[in-house]
Each structure stands twice: as structure tokens, then as C-alpha cells.
Design a protein. Structure first.
Length: 290
């Protein structure tokens, strides 16, 4: 549904706050003073893209109360323009959008950026979820959803990136302090970069975190449920949740394996999960100072 353009477009969503906040009287949303919702130093900047004004209002209120600066767009073209203008830390993206759908927006963002993307969609079919994740989205939340669950998933992703230190959740400890060499791959855990023969392989935050988790203990079988909880921050509640892990392993293989159909680095342990291959020359060495 394409809603009429409102005050959220192309600007900080504090304009949506209704009385006292400069928003349109036809879209009352909260009588809370804007200064209470928008901290002087927000945890991070989020871009919320949804064509339903009611959804935007709820998410703006909840996310601002959680300490984020929130930007809004109601269609795909506006989302891309606002992304280039503001460079947000994370994008919450609806799939069904006017002008340019969420999948097309994600495809364009991934061509130039590794910004984390969480899809929202009323399409809960596994095929739709896989399609979104295969484009490089970091998570996929079917509608209707709990705003609290969305907040938790945002916090998990930002914490993994090293953002969100002001949240009440503890930051994940550093897992590496050097360089991991696996065959012809060089994994720099400090810079979160992967290179092969001196050429960098572009990985998203989630892809790198998956690589790091699997190669932390070469040869250990990591169950899919453990991967989901470690990287996405929630336990599997249905089979479709574990499909997220399979899609990301396939994406990682596509970027790292010479022949993804016959993987040598990331092995499938049928019915359980995944394990990294024990490569003789794979070592974790402290990064040389200076």
C-alpha cells in the first residue's frame, strides 16, 4: 500500500513525533518531548524504509526510545537517495515498496556497501526469505513482528560491528588478535578483511563473523543452531530460521571456495552443522607490531 508522503521523508524522523515535535496533526504519534526520544549522542543512525505510515510511526518511537537516530523513507528510490546522503549504520528494509522494491534496493546497496540490512516482509515463504538473504541481507523478519524482537536483532548486529556500546547488552569479546592463514587465504581479524594473493575479497559483517566463528577452532563441528544464536542472537524457533545459516554458508563458499559445489574449506556435517577444514598451514599468529 502506497501511503501519502509525510514528514518522515528525506529527513530525521523526529518530525514524526506529533504534538511538540513538528509533525503533521493528521499523524499524531507521541506526545513525548522530542528531547526525551533523541539523545544528543545516539547509539547509531538507522534508516527505516516502509511504505506504511503506521509501521514507520511505531518503529520510529520504539527505536528512538532505544537511543537511535532514525531516518525514514517510504519508497525504494527515496531510500537510496537518503542512504547516499546520510550513510546510516543499518537499514531496516521492507520488501514490498513502491517505485523500487526492497530486493532491488538491497541489490544496489550491496553493489557499493556492506551496511547491515534487515528485511521486513509480509511474505513469510522460505523462498522469499532465501531470496532476500541471498542478496546479502543480514536478517529477515516476517510481518507481523514484535518491535522488541527487531530491537534485539538490531542491537546484535550493531554489537557485532562494534557499534552500540551504549546499549545494556554486553559487547562480544574480541575473538582474534592477528592473522589467520588458511591455504591461500589471509584473514586479518583486526581489520576484518580477507585477501587471496593480495586481492581483497569483499565480505559483509555477517559473512566475516561466520568465517571467524567457523575457523576459530578448525575441525570443530559447529551446529547450525549455535551459529544462529552466536551471529543472529536468537534460537531457532522453526526450520526456516536455520535456513538463514545455510544461505550464508552458501554465500561464503561462493566467495571463498574455488569450486563452491565441492567445498574444501567449509564442510557440511549432514544433520548437524558445519566445520572448517583442517588445513596444515592454517595458523593464527599475532599481528606484527608496527
Amino acid at each position: 500500500m502506497h501511503m501519502p508522503r509525510d514528514a518522515s521523508s528525506s529527513r530525521d524522523c523526529s518530525a514524526l513525533q506529533g504534538p511538540g515535535g513538528g509533525g503533521s496533526p493528521s499523524q499524531p504519534f507521541s506526545s513525548t518531548d522530542p528531547s526525551d526520544l533523541q539523545p544528543s549522542e545516539p547509539i547509531a543512525t538507522l534508516l527505516v524504509v516502509d511504505d506504511e505510515a503506521a509501521v514507520r510511526r511505531v518503529l520510529v518511537m520504539r527505536l528512538q526510545l532505544a537511543g537511535y537516530r532514525v531516518l525514514c523513507a517510504e519508497d525504494g528510490e527515496e531510500a537510496l537517495a537518503l542512504f547516499h546522503q546520510e550513510q546510516p549504520d543499518l537499514v531496516v528494509l521492507d520488501v514490498m515498496l513502491p517505485k523500487l522494491d526492497g530486493f532491488a534496493v538491497c541489490r544496489r546497496l550491496r553493489a557499493e556497501s556492506c551496511v547491515p540490512i534487515i528485511f521486513l516482509s509480509a511474505l513469510d515463504a522460505i523462498a522469499e526469505r532465501v531470496a532476500g538473504l541471498d542478496l546479502g541481507a543480514d536478517d529477515y523478519l516476517p510481518k507481523p513482528f514484535s518491535p522488541k524482537e527487531l530491537e534485539a536483532r538490531i542491537a546484535t548486529i550493531l554489537r557485532r560491528m562494534g557499534r552500540g556500546a551504549a546499549t545494556s547488552e554486553p559487547r562480544e569479546p574480541a575473538t582474534g588478535s592477528g592473522v589467520l592463514r588458511v591455504g591461500d587465504l589471509v584473514v586479518d581479524t583486526n581489520r576484518r578483511q580477507v585477501t587471496r594473493e593480495g586481492r581483497r575479497i569483499a565480505l559483509t559483517y555477517t559473512e566475516f563473523s561466520l568465517l571467524e566463528l567457523l575457523f576459530r577452532e578448525p575441525g570443530r563441528v559447529v551446529p547450525r543452531a549455535e551459529i544462529l544464536e552466536q551471529l543472529w542472537g536468537y534460537p531457532p524457533r522453526r526450520a526456516a530460521d536455520l535456513r538463514v545459516v545455510d544461505v550464508y554458508v552458501a554465500r561464503l563458499r561462493g566467495k571463498l571456495e574455488p569450486d563452491p559445489r565441492n567445498p574444501e574449506l567449509i564442510l557440511t556435517v549432514r544433520g548437524t552443522g558445519y566445520a572448517s577444514q583442517r588445513v596444515g598451514e592454517g595458523t593464527l599468529a599475532a599481528a606484527a607490531a608496527g
